[in-house]
Design a protein around this ligand. Structure first.
Ligand SMILES: Nc1ncnc2c1ncn2[C@@H]1O[C@H](COP(=O)(O)OP(=O)(O)OP(=O)(O)O)[C@@H](O)[C@H]1O
Ligand SMILES: [Mg+2]
Length: 249
């Protein structure tokens, strides 16, 4: 049984049909990379997985429950298994780094002592190379630093499923590698399931077990990253060849 199963997902904004019959299964413990051209609907798809967007029709089964039909406490219970690293970081501008990272921890567990919170915040900031920035405001950070704080906030929640929206975009190669290694490590050590939207083919090869591409509202199955070299589907082949050429530039 798949951990997540999307069946015939349709989503329209106005007249624009963004998702046009998406089918996708995600297995427990796998790292899935989602690629596709800008504006094709990758972020929209990711938001459906945690119930931030509702499909016009179709089913999103998570742990055998259709989250597109859940509300209230039932949706909250499923959502707690997920954490998401947003494309634009989505930090609270009026809170410092420490408060941003601890925000979710305090909300789900009101009895946590300040000492435990502090340990956790320091641990996850260290993981993303941001220890020492606890009292900085988001406006004082670079885009890449904000992204890492967003990631620290997500992993602090100890989720079972981590959704990443372009985690390495705008990061330098060293930090990109740190993030990729973190994704691989969280799978190996904790059995986490990761879904990673990315444009970064180097990153795909480092961290993904499987690749899918969103194109014209539908999913194209790409198999293992190493299979992309010989892929027959012309759309995926073209995307892959252009990305590799760009990386080599
Ligand atoms: N809340 C919304 N209301 C209206 N249109 C939206 C909304 N969210 C997304 N869209 C539209 O849906 C389409 C897909 O957007 P999405 O953000 O998923 O693209 P993407 O594949 O993540 O692109 P990128 O690689 O640039 O991040 C775009 O045309 C976008 O304008
Ligand atoms: Mg996006």
């Amino acid at each position: 049984m798949s951990l997540i199963k999307l069946e015939n997902i349709y989503k329209k904004f106005g007249v624009q049909q963004v998702l046009d019959g998406v089918n996708l299964s995600i297995e427990k413990g796998e790292t899935l990379a989602i690629i596709g051209n800008s504006g094709c609907g990758k972020s929209v798809l990711l938001k459906h997985l945690i119930g931030l967007l509702q499909p016009d029709s179709g089913e999103i089964m998570v742990y055998d429950k259709d989250i597109s039909k859940l509300t209230g406490p039932e949706l909250d219970t499923i959502r707690k298994k997920f954490a998401m690293v947003f494309q634009g970081s989505a930090l609270f501008d009026s809170l410092n780094v420490y408060e941003n990272v601890s925000f979710g921890l305090r909300r789900v567990n009101k009895d946590l002592s300040e000492g435990l919170i502090k340990n956790k915040v320091e641990e996850v900031l260290d993981t993303v190379g941001m220890l020492g920035s606890e009292y900085k405001m988001p406006s004082a950070l670079s885009g890449g630093m904000r992204k890492r704080v967003g990631l620290a906030r997500a992993i602090a929640m100890d989720p079972e499923i981590l959704l990443y929206d372009e985690p390495t975009t705008g990061l330098d190669p060293v930090m990109s590698r740190v993030i990729d290694d973190l994704i691989v490590k969280s799978k190996k050590l904790l059995g986490l399931t990761s879904v990673v939207v990315t444009h970064d083919m180097t990153s795909v090869f480092r961290m993904a077990d499987r690749v899918v591409m969103v194109h014209e509202g539908k999913m194209i199955e790409g198999g293992k990253p190493s299979d992309l070299v010989n892929i027959e589907n012309p759309i995926l082949k073209n995307f892959f060849t252009s990305s590799v050429a760009r990386t080599a530039d």
